[in-house]
Design a protein around this ligand. Structure first.
Ligand SMILES: Cc1cc2nc3c(=O)[nH]c(=O)nc-3n(C[C@H](O)[C@H](O)[C@H](O)COP(=O)(O)OP(=O)(O)OC[C@H]3O[C@@H](n4cnc5c(N)ncnc54)[C@H](O)[C@@H]3O)c2cc1C
Ligand SMILES: *[C@@H]1O[C@H](CO)[C@@H](O)[C@H](O)[C@H]1NC(C)=O
Ligand SMILES: *[C@@H]1O[C@H](CO)[C@@H](O)[C@H](O)[C@H]1NC(C)=O
Ligand SMILES: *[C@@H]1O[C@H](CO)[C@@H](O)[C@H](O)[C@H]1NC(C)=O
Ligand SMILES: *[C@@H]1O[C@H](CO)[C@@H](O)[C@H](O)[C@H]1NC(C)=O
Ligand SMILES: *[C@@H]1O[C@H](CO)[C@@H](O)[C@H](O)[C@H]1NC(C)=O
Length: 399
């Protein structure tokens, strides 16, 4: 059994950022990671051609901007290098191969965390005053129920297993879902010589990376409605009316919808021009599957050798967190909407659950570290609190 002030579950960007902020405040913490290294999503469960979709100034972790020489849209490998440097720069110590199986609040108000060492099967118990959940919104791939999928005659997978399209050269592959992953994977498949099709069920805002980048900067000094009008005008100039290709736009603007529902617009990295040229076909929702034949909601039937589901992710918090109700709802997402999502009762916090990507993660980490710091210091009688610590609180508040 081991004791620590703080236990952080998950060593993705959110866990790393929180640990770094705690280390800066000299608060001891233990990071538990089920995989054999940090940032396993980015190392193992993302496709080869991925770059950060947002500009680098919106994607850095606390206290460490990307270097001036880094490209605006940082490629996956360069981001991994950034994360490796981050780990060494802030002396983040990660216990890998530790899968957290349960966490519960003891009657004495402390958290008991049980982890399995996946290389030896040994069970470890940690006791902590504070628990930070950083297992991610993108913890497991979600595949919707489709009639006949179990008996499908081809191969199907979630997009978190997709690396590139090499093995389907010359084959027919269907991508289900038109978010960032779906649109980019359909484009990537096509570039690998695959006959790619994509399912687009709902109206969707499609923007370029550059439009999102401009929009995010304009939002600093213009209201959302105005930014949406400017960006939609750019869309009309760039794309014209896409509805004859099966791509309709929602009634409300892209940034307004992001704020209201948390759904991001889809970023086009080259899929739309291919759709216009007829190189990628668009289909409506899938109604059922028979052997290798997929039937769509409009009655069309086509044969596919593989189906890739880019249909989103689910949080897996409920699988291991016993007293989840202190912070999470029945879907394993925070009960409170941002900006009040990150703190629960009895010393539990979450980092990386605001649907605001790395920028949201960076904010969560700083708020959590500062709050834990205040929590610790307020337990020390004021006369005993060292002056240095008080100075840090003031600094932390101003950060
Ligand atoms: C394809 C893709 C592209 C993205 N691109 C961008 C982008 O360009 N810009 C942006 O801002 N955001 C982007 N995001 C969103 C977000 O920033 C990333 O998903 C980011 O990695 C989230 O970090 P995280 O630490 O919250 O979660 P994760 O990176 O998922 O890390 C969670 C960690 O917890 C571990 N874990 C889970 N369960 C347990 C357990 N029970 N015990 C121990 N460890 C556990 C996992 O192994 C994992 O290492 C993207 C997401 C995806 C999927
Ligand atoms: C974690 O497990 C993997 C595979 O089981 C093993 O190769 C690796 O050495 C382990 N790492 C640590 C730090 O124990
Ligand atoms: C751990 O447990 C799994 C399944 O329970 C078993 O397959 C594996 O061999 C065990 N590993 C060790 C090192 O005991
Ligand atoms: C786009 O074209 C469709 C018909 O093809 C039409 O119904 C729709 O109103 C048009 N949208 C815009 C914004 O012009
Ligand atoms: C590509 O796939 C679509 C949809 O399945 C199909 O209609 C078309 O015939 C295929 N093209 C080729 C050249 O196989
Ligand atoms: C998961 O990752 C995607 C990026 O691919 C992001 O847009 C989404 O908000 C994340 N969260 C969930 C719950 O899917």
């Amino acid at each position: 059994m081991e004791e620590a002030a703080v236990v952080i579950v998950g060593a993705g960007p959110a866990g790393l950022a929180t640990s770094a902020c705690l280390n800066k405040l000299f608060i001891p913490n233990i990071v538990l990671e089920r995989d054999d290294s940090h940032s396993s999503l980015w190392k193992k469960r993302t496709y080869d051609r991925l770059k950060l979709h947002l500009g680098k100034e919106f994607c850095n972790l606390p206290h460490t901007p990307f270097p001036r020489s880094a490209p605006t849209f940082v490629p996956r490998i360069e981001f991994l290098r950034y994360l490796d440097n981050y780990v060494s720069r802030f002396n983040i110590i990660i216990r890998c191969n530790r899968s957290v199986e349960s966490a519960s609040l003891e009657s004495n108000g402390r958290w008991k965390i049980i982890a399995k060492d996946t290389s030896s099967n040994a069970t470890e118990v940690y006791i902590a005053s504070f628990l930070v959940v950083a297992t991610g919104e993108n913890s497991s791939g979600y595949i919707p129920k489709v009639t006949g999928l179990d008996a499908y005659g081809g191969e199907y997978l979630h997009c978190n297993k997709y690396l590139n399209g090499r093995k389907w050269y010359g084959k027919n592959v269907l991508v289900v879902g038109c978010g960032n992953s779906g649109m980019e994977i359909a484009y990537d498949l096509s570039n690998w010589g695959v006959n790619a099709s994509i399912v687009v069920r709902h109206p969707v805002h499609i923007l370029t990376k550059e439009m999102v980048y401009v929009g995010m900067h304009l939002l600093k000094f213009l209201p959302v409605k105005v930014v949406d009008i400017i960006i939609l005008m750019m869309c009309i100039l760039m794309y014209r009316n896409l509805s004859k290709y099966g791509l309709r736009r929602p009634k409300e603007g892209p940034f307004f919808l992001k704020g209201k529902t948390g759904h991001s617009p889809t970023i086009d990295v080259g899929c739309v021009p291919k759709i216009k040229k007829g190189e990628i076909k668009v289909f409506p929702g899938v109604s059922n599957i028979k052997d290798k034949i997929v039937e769509f909601d409009d009655g069309r039937q086509e044969q596919f050798d593989a189906i890739i589901f880019a249909t989103g992710y689910r949080s897996t918090v409920l699988k291991w967190l016993k007293d989840y109700k202190l912070l999470f709802d029945e879907n394993g997402m925070p009960k409170q909407r941002p900006p009040n999502h990150w703190k629960g009762e009895s010393g539990i916090y979450c980092a990386g659950f605001s649907r605001q990507g790395l920028a949201g993660i960076s904010q969560d980490a700083q708020r959590i570290a500062n709050d834990i710091h205040l929590g610790i210091v307020s337990r020390i009688p004021p006369t005993l609190a060292p002056v240095k610590e008080m100075e840090e609180i003031v600094m932390a508040k101003n950060m």
